[in-house]
Design a protein around this ligand. Structure first.
Ligand code: SF4
Length: 160
């Protein structure tokens, strides 16, 4: 399991501070893929479980969520990393191009959030109100929170 980069962001999951890790080796179906450098599984750096633990140690207390962009094709290593975050009371998230029903149940069991569906030009990403992609909060129960990305859901700043 290898990763292209990691970063701390507020953007991937609304209301969460996420350690975002981009996993390489995506065989995704998205037309007009915005991240073709994620396709080659040899790209990036090796993400050992020990290195992952070091990242969690480094950012523990600063992040609320660890978010994997892809990686469901490495089912067991990814699942072990999700479990490790849960053990530390860090929420977990996965961005996948699979539809919800296609995601293995054991991954969903260890996820707080999941973004599903391929990127489709013409329908747009999560910010588009006609997008085919969905963002679900899975815990404590499954809720579609895609609308949180839409412009009308963003807090309005009052002009003075
Ligand atoms: S999930 Fe889609 S957009 Fe993301 S890297 Fe894979 S093919 Fe590209």
């Amino acid at each position: 399991m290898r990763y292209h980069r990691y970063s701390i962001t507020f953007n991937e999951i609304p209301s969460e501070i996420s350690l975002v890790i981009s996993i390489t080796g995506c065989g995704g179906p998205c037309k007009g893929c915005h991240s073709p450098f994620l396709h080659n599984p040899s790209n990036g750096h090796y993400l050992s479980f020990e290195h992952y633990q070091e990242l969690l140690d480094k950012y523990q207390g600063q992040i609320t969520t660890v978010c994997f962009l892809g990686g469901e094709w490495y089912l067991d290593p990814l699942n072990n990393m999700l479990k490790e975050a849960k053990k530390r009371n860090i929420k977990t998230a996965l961005y996948t191009s699979l539809d919800y029903e296609e995601v293995p149940r054991k991954l969903k069991h260890n996820l707080t959030y999941i973004k599903t569906g391929p990127y489709t030009p013409g329908l747009g990403g999560l910010e588009s109100v006609i997008t085919n992609q969905r963002l679900y909060q899975l815990k404590p129960k499954k809720i579609d929170i895609t609308y949180k990305y839409w412009p009308q859901a963003k807090p309005k700043i009052k002009k003075t």
